[in-house]
Design a protein around this ligand. Structure first.
Ligand code: TXA
Ligand code: MG
Length: 317
C-alpha cells in the first residue's frame, strides 16, 4: 500500500467514505496530523494501534463532530462542560468518565475518555459529513515525532494507510493541551497551545497529575532517531569532539561550529517556534548526524510546552 495524498473536496469525500467503511485516514488538525478511524468501532480503532505500532495500553483521543457529543460519549462534570463551551473547537482535550458506547480498546481499558473538537476546517467538514466521532492519535509511529505536514505523515505511515487528507502545515505545531478536572481543580496532564493562564479564570490549575493513571505523560516520547540533548540557551555551547557531527536546534542565528543548524525563532517567539519545531527535528534527524543539541526555549508558557517535548525527546536516548 502507498497512501494517496488528496486535497480539497475530492479528499474530503474520499476521507468520509474510507472512514465510514472502518478504514484509516490521516487528517490535518490545528495541532498536528491525526490518524483517524471510527471511535465507536473497536475493529477500526484496532487498525490505528496496528498501523502506529502503539501499545494497547496507550489510550486514543476521540475527536467529536460537535460539542453535543461530549455528553453522548462521556459524563463530564460542570467545569469540563464549561471548558468545552469556552475552548471548543480548539486545541484542548478534556478527560471525563466514559460511557459504555466508547469501546474499551479505544480507551485502553481506562474508565475515562479523552475528547476534543478540532478547529481545522477540513477536519470539521469531514466529521460533520461523517456525523460520527473518530479516534485520532498523532499520525506517527509510536514514540516518534508528531507530523505537522502531509509529507511527514507519508514518511511515517505512507506504507500502512490508504490516504492522507492534505490541509497544509498545522497552525500550532504541537499537540493539544490535555486536562482533567477534579473537585473544581483543573489538572494539566500535557502542556500545549491552551496555556495555564487561559485556564485560570475557570478554576485552580494544577500541573500535578490527578492520581488517576495518566498514560499521556510517558517520560519518553516525540523522539528523533538521532540522540538529542538539551543545552542552556544563554551559555556558550559546549565543545564537541572533532569528527563528531552535531546539529543544533537554535533560538538565534549565527551559531558556528555545527554541521547543521535549524533556527526555531531568531526573535525568541515560542508561537513561531512551536509551528516549526517538529519539522526542524525531522530535518536534523534526516541528516545522519551523531547528535542533535537543542537549546532550551525562553521562559514562557508555550516555551515550557516546547521544553516538555524537548525533554521527552532527550529522555528516550
Ligand atoms: O493535538 C492532539 O492532541 C493530537 C491531534 C491529532 O488531535 N493528538 C494526539 O494524540 O496528540 P496522541 O495519541 O498522540 O496523544 C494523546 C495522549 C496520549 O499520550 C494518551 O496516553 C493520552 O493522550 N490519553 C488519551 N486518553 C487518555 C485518558 N483517558 N487518560 C489519560 N490520558 C489519555
Ligand atoms: Mg502522539
Amino acid at each position: 500500500m502507498s497512501a494517496r495524498i488528496l486535497q480539497g473536496e475530492v479528499g474530503i469525500e474520499e476521507a468520509v467514505t474510507t472512514l465510514a467503511a472502518g478504514g484509516l485516514v490521516a487528517l490535518p488538525t490545528e495541532t498536528v496530523y491525526g490518524l483517524a478511524a471510527l471511535a465507536q468501532d473497536a475493529r477500526a480503532c484496532a487498525r490505528i494501534f496496528e498501523a502506529k505500532a502503539r501499545p494497547l495500553s496507550d489510550p486514543l483521543i476521540v475527536h467529536v463532530p460537535g460539542p453535543e457529543w461530549l455528553e453522548r460519549l462521556a459524563d463530564p462534570d460542570p467545569l469540563t462542560r464549561l471548558l468545552a463551551e469556552t475552548f471548543w473547537p480548539g486545541p484542548l482535550t478534556l478527560i471525563s468518565p466514559k460511557k459504555p458506547c466508547v469501546p474499551d480498546l479505544c480507551t485502553a481499558g481506562e474508565p475515562t475518555v479523552a475528547l476534543r473538537m478540532s478547529a481545522h476546517p477540513l477536519f470539521l467538514e469531514t466529521l460533520s459529513r461523517l456525523n460520527e466521532p473518530v479516534a485520532a492519535p498523532s499520525a506517527n509511529r509510536f514514540g516518534r515525532i508528531s507530523p505537522t505536514s502531509a509529507q511527514h505523515v507519508f514518511d511515517e505511515l505512507g506504507a500502512k494507510i490508504p490516504m492522507i487528507l492534505d490541509g497544509g502545515p498545522c497552525v500550532h505545531g504541537i499537540e493539544s493541551t490535555i486536562v482533567q478536572t477534579r473537585e473544581g481543580v483543573i489538572h494539566i496532564l500535557r502542556q500545549g497551545p491552551v496555556t495555564r493562564s487561559q485556564l485560570e479564570p475557570f478554576g485552580k490549575v494544577s500541573s500535578q497529575p490527578t492520581g488517576a493513571s495518566a498514560p499521556g505523560t510517558l517520560k519518553s516520547h516525540y523522539a528523533p532517531q538521532t540522540p538529542l540533548r538539551l543545552i542552556p540557551r544563554d551559555e556558550e555551547a559546549p565543545r564537541h569532539a572533532k569528527g563528531v557531527r552535531v546539529g543544533l536546534l537554535a533560538w538565534r542565528n549565527a551559531r558556528p561550529g555545527f554541521d547543521a543548524v535549524e533556527v526555531l525563532s531568531a526573535q525568541g517567539d515560542p508561537v513561531m517556534a512551536a509551528t516549526v519545531l517538529y519539522g526542524a527535528m525531522r530535518r536534523l534527524d534526516a541528516r545522519g548526524l551523531d547528535a542533535i543539541w537543542a537549546e532550551t526555549p525562553p521562559a514562557s508558557e508555550l516555551g515550557d510546552a516546547i521544553l516538555d517535548r524537548l525533554r521527552k525527546a532527550a529522555a528516550s536516548q
